[in-house]
Design a protein around this ligand. Structure first.
Ligand code: 3PG
Length: 211
């Protein structure tokens, strides 16, 4: 199974903003305890890269990827740190090229039909829809999926326990990206139990929606 297929099987992907790389391993353990074996650690903080490296080393059973990858240098750094997939808020051909050269899955962010057309022409069909709630959420994804039958979407941005089900019900959605699963403040507080509980509930929801 490819990494993206494993994320699809999981159905949810925590988007992690981490301030201290020392929190990375306990965070990974908390996610795993809640049944979540993948995480997107964003490169938007100074600790992001070290956190990816720490999880890749200490928790091989956790599929760690990098988020907020905005250029080729960041993509190279993320892959060198042990990222098994790369996520961007937008679509960047240079990042795509780095991912392709390393055989790492790239999940670029798109919103419009033109952006999706561009991604598909680059051979990318597993796409992040971002920021999902601002651009019409599940309703928009459903409309986009009609012509783009080859695309699978990962809505991110505004995903919450209240709308998780609405997204997961759509067969064109392979997973939902969400920061609430490992909220920044919970990581800072070291509230691992709450993170585990949020993950556990989300995994349960995936199972109940998908049957
Ligand atoms: C991100 O920070 O990359 C996403 O916007 C996460 O969105 P959320 O905080 O609404 O889950």
């Amino acid at each position: 199974m490819t990494v993206r297929e494993q994320i699809a099987q999981l159905g949810v992907l925590p988007v992690v903003v981490i301030d201290d790389a020392a929190d990375a391993s306990p965070l990974a353990e908390a996610l795993l305890a809640g049944g979540v074996n993948a995480a997107e650690i964003t490169m938007r903080t100074a600790a992001g890269r070290d956190a990816i490296a720490a999880v890749a080393k200490a928790c091989p059973q956790m599929m760690v990827g990098a988020g907020t990858v905005l250029n080729a240098d960041a993509a190279e750094a993320a892959v060198a740190a042990g990222s098994r997939f790369i996520v961007s808020p937008g679509l960047d051909p240079d990042v795509a090229a780095v991912c392709q050269s390393h055989g790492v899955d790239y999940l670029p962010g798109v919103v419009t039909p033109t952006e999706i057309t561009k991604a598909v022409s680059m051979g990318l069909t597993w796409l992040k829809f971002f920021p999902a709630s601002n651009f019409g959420g599940a309703k928009t994804i459903k409309a986009l999926a009609a012509p783009f039958t080859m695309v699978r979407f990962m809505p991110t941005g505004g995903v919450s326990p209240d709308n998780l089900e609405e997204y997961l019900k759509l067969s064109c959605i392979f997973a939902c990206g969400a920061s609430y699963l490992a909220e920044r403040s919970l990581i800072k507080e070291g509230n691992w139990a709450e993170i585990t509980e949020r993950c556990r509930r989300a995994v349960e929801k995936v199972k109940s929606v998908r049957g």
